[in-house]
Design a protein around this ligand. Sequence first.
Ligand code: UDX
Ligand code: ADP
Length: 458
Amino acid sequence: MKVKNICCIGAGYVGGPTMSVIAQKNKHITVNVVDMNIDKISAWNSKDLDRLPIYEPGLSKVVNEARGRNLFFSTEIDKHIDEADMIFISVNTPTKTHGEGMGYAADLKYVEACAKQIAKISKSDKIVVEKSTVPVRTSEKIKEILNRYNKNVKFEILSNPEFLAEGTAMRDLEIPDRVIIGGDNSSAIDSLVKIYSSWVPEKNILTTNLWSSELSKLTANAFLAQRISSINSLSELCEETGADIEEVSKAIGMDSRIGSSFLKTSVAFGGSCFQKDILNLVYIARTLGLKKVADYWEQIIIINEHQRNRFSKKIIQTIDSNNLNPKVQILGWAFKKDTNDSRESAAIYVADNLIKSKISINIYDPKVKQSQIFFDLNYINNDEIKNKELVSVKNNMLKCKFNTNVIAILTEWDEFKHYDWGQIYKKMNKPAYIFDGRNILDRKKLESIGFNYIGIGR
Ligand code: UDX
Ligand code: ADP
């Protein structure tokens, strides 16, 4: 099938950037990105490109180029499903909060709702592409729903997981290590290969069966997260032995068999994928009776929680044992730099631990809005009153007073490295402590200013 019209359901962190690049590289294809969230769609359509719902370096340039030409954002879901030859399902698949598999399994209700809607609306044959990260064999479920609700139209299902990382999404989309397309119909696979091959070399486009494609995504995320938990577990060992985790990480990363990526110790990994996907993998393994396999992968999550609790405890103990004013300046709320996404950010958990110890906090992040910060806290601890009482948010670093004894860095934003720490030190109460949850600052320099510097694993 020669694809002329694409509809993507879901204008989130995956759907928005991915479709922007597909449209940019395929001028002959009309791409409609639809979402039921009216505010999100109007933000995608806003004239002021600083108001796009997602902050991603390089995104606004691509949107500016393609929007209105062959890229459109709309809430008219049915209309665009009807017109499309190819439909991407790019909706959220959070961890289930109730029912069977609660706390582990991926909640497929949004994916299933999309499949139902596609079936009900479609009058012509469609290729349906599963873009959201889903458990193995979800495509079977989608196929079953499509065929149950529509017996007149031929649907072909493909799996095309997205490997972009936030903050570097545009680069990852522009030059992906690989694109995976899973399916059992070669003509449908070719249609999608053609779209990607307008900018991705064919040798980097891997075609597989549906199940391998689905499982590859979960496995890739599990492997990446495993490296972080491994290095984080060793950071604790370093603190006990006098070794420096940065030196250990460099030393092992120079072994070409190990490689240096994803060996940066941190206060813990966050983001919408790692925890969710591992829990999902654990659930699948348990469901299949593979207890040892499930326990093995679950340990990654256990270490991640341990790492952020350990970090919080150190701050609380420092305040208690030195009888300091119970107040902390937090720098960074996003789960990593260069994104406004705070899903599963370590900062949320650390802040909550401090709040539980009645420590008041002031928070500054260059991109995450105050409303999102309160949303995250209210969601995690359900204690709106206490959050209001103990938390304040500044959207401008110059407005931060730094009149505390303790600063905690929770996101590795570049701007934090370039602050005038001498000036900040002058404003702070003494003794002054910096808890560097990302090891981004120069310990010697800070100590020479007068700070007590506490990094991770050193
Ligand atoms: C991840 C995968 O990298 C991507 O392929 C997939 O499509 C989605 O999930 P993302 O969550 O956007 O991407 O960001 P990533 O760069 O993987 O970072 C995840 C978390 O791990 C962040 O909190 C980051 O700070 C942390 N991290 C990453 C470390 O603590 N140390 C590292 O060495 C790398
Ligand atoms: P991801 O990181 O996977 O892109 P997001 O939460 O950022 O996840 O985006 C998913 C988007 O999908 C949200 O904007 C949500 O409103 C949208 N969505 C979920 N279900 C539907 C649906 N049935 N129809 C249209 N949009 C949907």
